[in-house]
Ligand binder design. Structure first.
Ligand code: SF4
Length: 294
């Protein structure tokens, strides 16, 4: 990858990070950097399965969300650089020792070339495992296509429906078109299973509703959605109203009602208290969401 300028995400900042000249917008460099890994049992039920999802949390991120709960590694880069062989070792251990259902790549985009090499290593050893591309949705379709083999599951957010908000809260210009195109790609791609996460943000619940409207009218209300109330003020949100508070019950109820009105019946709805085990069900096929890990 030496000399290849990075255009892996919609920033297309062209950093010469693989040639060793320095980081781009996201801060990622020329080695995969991992914060932590292990089996998780709090993802959506098809991802968690019985044996847990093998989450690998990558350091750095292509978005800079003011409210990020993972800022020590997403913004500040906590973690350890790994060689491709070491990354393959993490994957191997998750599959063979922990016997996870899948490898869940959390914010993988800056490291896709290394992840593919690591996945190739274990594949050549005869290890078969599905991959979850767990993402903010801020992706390029060309890149999704190029790394298709890392996307058996597309676990994508639709976070914003207005570019001004995406730019201000997450430094993600062009988010709306990028994320909607990524979701459309996953919906239409044969063999890719899609779940769309709708995290309701305080003061911006209309954007969650607008994204549900987009799904229902432009794609299908049969797409599994995961509607989440779990926003908690963190990091720079503490000094950025209205992100310095939780979502109100009224805001959240409006989104839940909109999901029902648009006819979504597949997916999961967190209770207003995300930790409350008594969860509302939207449609007959809706099942409980046992606390999503993000
Ligand atoms: S992944 Fe990082 S370095 Fe690459 S284009 Fe995006 S922000 Fe720039």
């Amino acid at each position: 990858m030496t000399g290849r300028l990075c255009e892996l995400c919609p920033h297309r900042c062209g950093a010469d990070r693989f040639g060793g000249s320095g980081a781009g917008f996201c801060g990622a460099l020329d080695k995969p950097r991992v914060f932590r890994w292990g089996p998780h049992f709090g993802e959506e039920p098809p991802i968690t399965g019985e044996r847990g999802s093998g989450c690998v949390f990558f350091s750095r991120c292509t978005m800079k969300c003011l409210y990020c709960q993972n800022s020590p590694w997403s913004w500040k880069g906590a973690g350890e650089d790994k060689s491709v062989e070491e990354l393959a070792g993490i994957f191997r251990s998750l599959v063979l020792d922990d016997k996870v259902e899948n490898i869940n790549l959390v914010s993988p985009t800056p490291y896709l070339p290394f992840i593919r090499e690591a996945a190739d290593i274990i594949r050549k050893e005869g290890i078969k495992i599905p991959y979850v591309w767990n993402s903010s949705g801020y992706e390029r379709v060309e890149v999704l296509e190029e790394y298709r083999e890392l996307c058996d599951w597309a676990l994508f957010d639709l976070r914003y429906s207005r570019d001004e908000t995406a730019r201000r809260l997450s430094s993600a210009p062009g988010y709306v078109d990028a994320a909607r195109a990524a979701v459309k790609w996953a919906y239409e791609k044969p063999g890719v299973d899609l779940i769309v996460r709708i995290l309701v943000l305080p003061g911006h619940h209309e954007e969650a509703i607008e994204n549900l409207a987009f799904l229902a009218t432009e794609l299908s209300n049969e797409i599994p959605v995961s509607v989440m109330s779990q926003f908690t003020p963190a990091y720079k949100a503490l000094e950025t109203p209205p992100l310095n508070r939780s979502v109100t019950e009224e805001e959240y109820e409006e989104v839940v009602e909109a999901a029902a009105d648009f006819g979504f019946e597949n997916g999961w709805i967190q209770g207003y208290e995300a930790s409350d085990p008594k969860l509302a069900l939207l449609g007959e096929n809706m099942t409980e969401n046992h606390g999503v890990v993000k």
